[in-house]
Design a binder for this molecule. Sequence first.
Ligand code: FPP
Length: 262
Amino acid sequence: MSRALATTNPKTIQALPSQLDPARMPAHVAVIMDGNGRWAKRRGLPRVMGHREGVEALKRCLRLCSDWGIGALTAYAFSTENWNRPGEEVSFLMTLFERVLARELEALDQEQVRIRFLGDLEPLPSGLRQLISDATARTAANSGIHFNVCTNYGGRAELVHAARRLAERVAQGEIDAASIDEQTFAAELHTAGERDPDLLIRTSGEQRISNFLLWQLAYAELHITDVLWPDFDQQALLAALLDYQGRQRRFGGVDTLPPIPT
Ligand code: FPP
């Protein structure tokens, strides 16, 4: 059976569940997709089968976010620390990224998804880099959900890279050190041009940020669920969104109004 994103034509759009307030949806959701290995272990399967099933969960989540009017989904697919995993698992993941991207690109493009890969892409296999470059260019002008896949991504590395870039620009006389503010700093991050996530979902019950979007998550609401990533389904996303809508966001102030987006 085809596992392509668009399996039916025309695509069936999932209506927003009535429990959710359409006016209070997050504009940007970030996910730490944890628990793939444990999902596989519980079934007596090799860990990598959890990653394969994790792709299905990611497709499900992306489609639901798109259908429910969420503007951006940012997923943590591979961290700078994930190179420390056994060699076969790293190779499996790289091949999986390649296969999934090659297989899904057509459907993603048709569904107007704009895909970007965030992180230091240089150390990735050249075939994968080529696919990433093609997918990014092909979908750049799409009008739908922004789908950001953090690959060889580390929040600290991203901050160091931004600081270095700004130092270079100061040294070249391009900008004045005194003019560096939050906006100029954010413009040097991989996420430049994207609004900060409103909601971070982490699966499998771990209560950590794990070097993910350290700058961008400053005011995000956190939702931690015991659901393992491959099991993350419509019900789990709905629970996260209901949790989010129950929060009072103050952004360090006293009222619930979000700051004016920059
Ligand atoms: C963490 O679970 C998961 C990962 C490091 C990989 C996530 C990648 C995917 C779901 C594939 C995404 C595919 C594309 C094309 C973007 P874990 O292995 O740490 O689980 P554990 O904590 O139970 O061991």
